[in-house]
Design a protein around this ligand. Structure first.
Ligand code: 2NE
Length: 275
């Protein structure tokens, strides 16, 4: 795969190739922990990928290994810039914009695959949780730390995690703040597959290319259908948005628009009332 840089950022790398976009958190000196700027850049990259009609799958990963040889997907919010009202941005404003990024990953039409090598911890763990699929390297380590460091994610980080691994396991993960290895993560249904670390990207590309061979509208509708089961009215809105998109492609819907533009009464009687 010949990755081409798609934009230049400070905290992330953003590449595209063969129908795929790849977002790489690039702060290995802090185990790829994110500051507000990191999240702002990730939102820009994911928004670009969502709008790009050539992109069918997005890979999310961390830059590895760090100079000390250790691997990390993401160690969550950068505790060095955490202030009283959230994480302090360069402009001095506290914000938790990672929740907006979670919603973007969750609701964008294309599947997002997390490629996790090393630590996926805290808010970094929640990022892989909200991705559609997760492929783990054999050195991956998963866990939440919130109750240890005075934080928690009671949104997707709690409720969707419980959908993945069950209520008892999700409560264990949050209440005890233990770390789990790749085999344990696979067993509890937290990840889709475990591969040797040097094969992680190759495996992710293989999965992405298999998805890209499938009907994009079918994949899009399935993603929103899976979300609709968990996401309440917002999930139904997403699924319904796809129904509207498909309806706009029919002659019946186009008759309504055409009649309005031609200042005539629409002739909807010509269309079959399917059983
Ligand atoms: C990830 C972990 C377990 C790795 O441990 P280890 O021993 O491999 O590395 P070490 O020495 O702890 O870390 C290496 C360098 O990265 C920094 C460290 O401070 C250290 O730098 P120096 O102090 O040597 O200069 N680093 C690592 N994680 C960082 C972080 N999150 N913020 C700032 N610097 C960090 C170990 O590093 C660890 O436990 N990290 C902290 C994990 C954590 O508690 N994250 C925050 C959870 S809360 C959250 O993410 C959140 C939320 O709950 C709700 C909304 C939004 C965010």
């Amino acid at each position: 795969t010949k990755w081409q840089s798609a934009a230049t950022f400070e905290d992330i790398l953003y590449h595209k190739a063969d129908g795929m976009a790849k977002v790489t958190i690039n702060r290995p000196h802090v185990r790829n922990a994110f500051r507000p700027q990191t999240i702002t850049e990730m939102i820009a990259a994911f928004t670009d990928a969502r709008e790009d009609t050539e992109i069918g799958v997005v890979l999310l990963t961390g830059a590895n290994p760090a100079p000390d040889g250790k691997y990390a997907f993401c160690a969550g919010g950068d505790q060095k810039v955490r202030g009283d009202g959230g994480y302090i941005s360069e402009s001095g404003v506290p914000k938790l914009n990672v929740l907006e990024l979670q919603r973007l990953i969750r609701t964008m039409p294309q599947p997002v695959i997390a490629l996790v090598a090393g630590y996926a911890i805290g808010g970094g763990h929640v990022l892989h949780v909200v991705c559609d699929l997760t492929i783990a390297a054999d050195n991956a380590i998963f866990g939440q730390t919130g109750p240890m460091v005075g934080s928690f994610d009671g949104g997707f980080g709690a409720s969707y995690l419980a959908r993945l691994v069950g209520q008892k396991k999700a409560r264990e993960i949050w209440y005890l703040c233990r770390q789990y290895n790749a085999a344990e993560a696979l067993e509890m249904g937290l990840v889709n597959k475990v591969v040797p670390v040097e094969q992680l990207e190759t495996e992710g590309i293989q999965w992405a290319q298999e998805i890209l061979d499938k009907s994009p509208l079918a994949i899009r509708c399935l993603k929103s259908a899976f979300n609709a089961d968990c996401d309440g009215q917002a999930g139904i809105q997403e699924l319904a948005g796809n129904a509207t998109l498909l309806f706009y492609m029919t002659q019946e819907a186009q008759e309504g628009k055409q009649a309005f533009l031609e200042k005539r009464k629409p002739n909807f009687r010509q269309y079959p009332k399917l059983p």
